[in-house]
Design a protein around this ligand. Structure first.
Ligand code: 7UC
Ligand code: FE
Length: 295
């Protein structure tokens, strides 16, 4: 196993000569530590079956299948499929997922610590994901802004990006909306928390899922604090040139593991009908998402 810094001046490390079938427990500890400190690790030249990918995920924590079954891989529900292929007239997975700034499962009570993504079919162009390290973004806020968000909480919901399911066709939209609120009611998380491994302060906030903020007394914050944070962290920059934004470009055989506490991400999708398929496994690691989350 050879660990080196990924080229291009962005964030993250790459690992060559990693073979899941011979890797030691120590190797997995090294990889996990590297994900927490460097935020992105790319295992190069991987050749895994769907089952092998899930087993690799298990070495980092407990996989949780996505709550909506239309995303599930046909042979293993632990795999979330993003893709535009049809199999016998039925689509496999869901096309154009995650094309908005978010952290995975941020709208749930217990988000995942780690996300693993393993592209299966890469288009010729637009092969990648944008990332923002929200620990670094927090550090770059003004002292005044950091003081303004201290002690606040942020409310998150999937409602703006929930995708219509095959079974929703011909249903009244109000019934679909009621389902979303019943199954995934808004959740509240602290706007900032300490990363349980690195101790960094993480700004847990995204354009896709965060819809409101409350102060220490439970009242909505004023001054468009939410919008200002989105602006200052780079999430409203549609040129994607903001200094906080990192574009991770994928090569065939890459398996990407990232820290889903620290990073928010936004998928890059090809507007053409070119085939594209990516597998994802998300795991709960051994650390609480943040201290006090269950209490
Ligand atoms: O289809 C999608 O973009 C899925 C998104 C709403 N949720 C991904 C997640 O893990 O939070
Ligand atoms: Fe995502």
């Amino acid at each position: 196993m050879e660990v080196s810094r990924s080229s291009g001046g962005g964030i993250g490390m790459q690992i060559h000569q990693f073979d899941a079938s011979t890797a030691t427990d120590e190797d997995f500890v090294t990889i996990a530590k590297t994900v927490y400190t460097e935020k992105i690790v790319v295992l190069k030249n991987q050749n895994l079956t769907p089952h092998g990918f899930v087993e690799l995920g298990r070495r980092f924590g407990r996989p949780e299948p996505y709550y909506e079954s239309m995303y599930h891989h046909p042979t293993d529900a632990n795999i979330f499929v993003s893709g535009n292929l049809q199999n016998a007239g039925r689509s496999v997975g869901v096309p154009k997922t995650g094309q908005f700034w978010h952290a995975d499962y941020q709208f749930m009570k217990r988000p995942f610590g780690l996300t693993l993504v393993y592209p299966q079919i890469l288009p010729r162009t637009n092969r990648g994901t944008y990332f923002i390290d929200m620990g670094r973004a927090y550090e770059r806020l003004t002292a005044g802004r950091r003081a303004a968000i201290a002690g606040t909480r942020s409310l998150h919901s999937v409602r703006d990006y929930f995708k219509i399911r095959p079974t929703d066709v011909h249903r009244p939209i109000v019934d679909v909306l009621r389902d979303i609120e019943r199954v995934t009611p808004p959740v509240s998380h602290p706007t900032t928390f300490q990363h349980p491994v690195t101790g960094e302060t993480i700004l847990y906030h995204s354009e896709g899922f965060t819809f409101a903020m409350t102060d220490g007394t439970g009242h909505r914050t004023g001054d468009d604090l939410l919008g200002r944070l989105l602006e200052e962290t780079g999430q409203l920059d549609r040129s994607f040139r903001h200094g906080n934004i990192h574009l991770q470009v994928y090569e065939s055989g890459d398996l990407i593991i990232w820290d889903n506490r620290s990073l928010i991400h936004r998928a890059l999708h090809n507007p053409s009908a070119e085939p594209a398929v990516s597998y994802r496994v998300t795991v709960h690691d051994e650390h609480p998402f943040y201290s006090g989350i269950d209490g």
